[in-house]
Design a binder for this molecule. Structure first.
Ligand SMILES: Nc1ncnc2c1ncn2[C@@H]1O[C@H](COP(=O)(O)OP(=O)(O)OP(=O)(O)O)[C@@H](O)[C@H]1O
Ligand SMILES: [Mg+2]
Length: 308
């Protein structure tokens, strides 16, 4: 299937001369929840704003649902809902008016029943006649989401939707996001809460200093996550792994001073007891042992740190 968003050799140099994006290639699959992770200043918002037609690209191209976001801006934009990182709403408008008006901007005919559903889903129905300035911060964020959904987009961008949001709204939001995904909407989100990405995303992309450094299905990452390692610091270095131990997930490190055993943390039988017994039988002594498990956070931190 054709990707719903296709980014090709995209660069962005701001007027200041700063290279915010350096040749991004990225495909996003239809119907996925895609999490874009990266440290502050990595280029996440720049990339999202270019896809949404708010920022002009310097080079390269982007299509959204088959429409070029520059040449065919209106068609592309009408398919996209954006909840921006920075909250901005018309303080004096009512919730109902502001959300209904948003729909009109995209050239869609009025559809009060849809607006009502969106407001109810976001627990804003009771506040429909309130002016935006009378709402709390969390409610304002809900209004931003309602605006983004007002024109029934098939692609929804959430740029840090849970920054400064309480636990309850966060849970409601993820429930809503799952519901939207189930109805066929593709969702692209950024977050600094990596455990959220771990829980929600179908695919994960990591961006650092304007470059995409990893794109992977979460299930593939989870397999790596599910791995645990046992590191044995040997009494005497080994030059190779003894034949009797072949067939196990073993590796030698630190000039033969460490034996590293990788196993599936989820399985009932880790094989550790067997391994230790076999080592004893072959006279391989160790002075210390350590076990560790990598999380998405570890992978993320290491990836970002390893990049020059
Ligand atoms: N209008 C602008 N003019 C010049 N430089 C900019 C502009 N907007 C962003 N930048 C720079 O581009 C880089 C990427 O910014 P961007 O907002 O895309 O990062 P981000 O990944 O969204 O970060 P955060 O996690 O803090 O939201 C930063 O170094 C930023 O200072
Ligand atoms: Mg940002």
């Amino acid at each position: 299937m054709q990707p719903i968003i296709s980014v090709k050799r995209l660069t962005k140099t701001y007027a200041s001369g700063f290279h915010a994006l350096k040749g991004i290639d990225l495909d996003i699959h239809r119907g996925d929840i895609f999490a874009l992770l990266g440290p502050n200043g990595a280029g996440k918002t720049t990339l999202i704003n270019i896809i949404c037609g708010i920022v002009n690209p310097s080079e390269g191209s982007v299509t959204a649902d088959g429409h070029d976001v520059v040449r065919d801006y209106r068609a592309a934009r009408s398919r996209i809902g954006l909840v921006p990182q920075e909250l901005s709403t018309d303080a004096f408008e009512t919730v109902w008016d502001t959300v209904s008006f948003s729909r009109g901007i995209f050239g869609k005919a009025p559809h009060p029943a849809h607006i009502e559903k969106v407001l109810r889903d976001l627990s804003l129905w009771d506040k429909r006649n309130s002016r935006i300035r009378e709402l709390s911060g969390g409610m304002k964020r809900r209004v931003m989401i309602a605006k983004a959904l007002s024109h029934e987009p098939s692609i929804l961008f959430l740029d840090e939707p849970t920054a400064g949001v309480d636990v309850e709204l966060r849970r409601d939001m993820w429930k809503m996001v799952r519901g939207l995904r189930d109805s066929g909407v593709t969702i692209i989100l950024t977050t600094h809460y990596i455990e959220e990405a771990e829980e929600m995303a179908d695919r994960i992309g990591v961006i650092n200093k304007g470059e995409i450094i990893l794109v992977e299905d979460k299930s593939v990452l989870m397999q790596k996550l599910g791995k645990k390692q046992l590191k044995l610091h040997l009494q005497h270095p080994l030059s190779r792994i003894p034949e009797e131990l072949a067939g196990r997930e073993l590796a030698l490190a630190a000039d033969g001073n460490e034996l590293i055993y990788t196993f599936d943390a989820q399985s009932e039988q880790t094989g550790i007891a067997d391994l230790l017994r076999q080592l004893g039988e072959h006279g391989i002594d160790f002075k210390d042992l350590q076990s560790s498990q990598s999380s998405l956070e570890d992978i993320f931190v290491n990836l970002v740190r390893a990049q020059p």
